[in-house]
Design a protein around this ligand. Structure first.
Ligand SMILES: Cc1cc2nc3c(=O)[nH]c(=O)nc-3n(C[C@H](O)[C@H](O)[C@H](O)COP(=O)(O)O)c2cc1C
Length: 187
């Protein structure tokens, strides 16, 4: 499997970090693309550099390189996940404004009918955010807001992060062992 992992400047850089680690574990080929703001958030939240992220990916592309192979629908890849996804990028994808490579690859996924998963993070959300997300959902985009559950009784931030990453992996068709699924055992 060959997946594009897009990383934007919403809070939650750790989700992309953990997802790339888990995709690696499953021998998935990953193509990473980060926005400029994602680089800043990555430094602020995790103290890491883009090179650290790229070290987890099979390949990476410059956000401004609109001539990259993945900018074309003729290039085979199996889908894309944008995690975390800023509301700015949500709006641009919903509006079909492909002003950088990440947005263009998202557009390619929609037009080619390939899976596109967005993991938005914002609170509160405005009517503009909601309308953009609705429009994308109607276009077949999978919207997975970064809002972990608590029914697995997380004790650490890592457990909360892994809940989201586990859910994303399942949505991509993988098995996950990052959290205990709900088994109906209310005690
Ligand atoms: C510290 C920090 C945290 C941010 N968190 C969010 C967020 O959680 N969600 C969001 O939509 N935008 C957030 N933003 C704003 C985006 O970074 C901004 O809208 C940017 O233009 C997004 O561009 P990009 O999608 O190209 O990365 C944050 C900005 C900063 C500086």
């Amino acid at each position: 499997m060959r997946l594009v992992v897009g990383i934007t400047g919403a809070s939650g850089a750790v989700y992309s970090w953990r997802l790339l680690q888990e995709l690696n574990r499953r021998k998935v080929e990953t193509l990473a693309i980060m926005t400029r703001n994602a680089e800043k958030i990555l430094k602020c939240e995790l103290g890491k550099t883009p090179e650290d992220i790229y070290g987890l990916a099979t390949e990476h592309y410059d956000i401004d390189d609109l001539t990259a192979s993945v900018a074309s629908g003729s290039q085979p890849f199996d889908g894309m996940i944008v995690v975390p996804c800023s509301m700015g990028s949500v709006a641009a994808i919903a509006g079909g404004v492909s002003r950088n490579l990440l947005l263009r690859v998202a557009e390619v996924c929609i037009k080619e009918g390939r899976p596109l998963i967005l993991v938005p993070r914002e609170s509160p959300v405005s009517v503009i955010h909601l309308e953009n997300l609705l429009k994308l959902s109607r276009a077949g985009v999978i919207i997975m807001p970064a809002c972990p559950g608590f029914y697995h009784r997380p004790k650490t931030i890592e457990a909360l992060v892994d809940f989201m990453v586990g859910r994303i992996l399942v949505r991509l068709g993988f098995e996950q062992d990052l959290f205990e699924p709900w088994r109906g055992n209310v005690t």
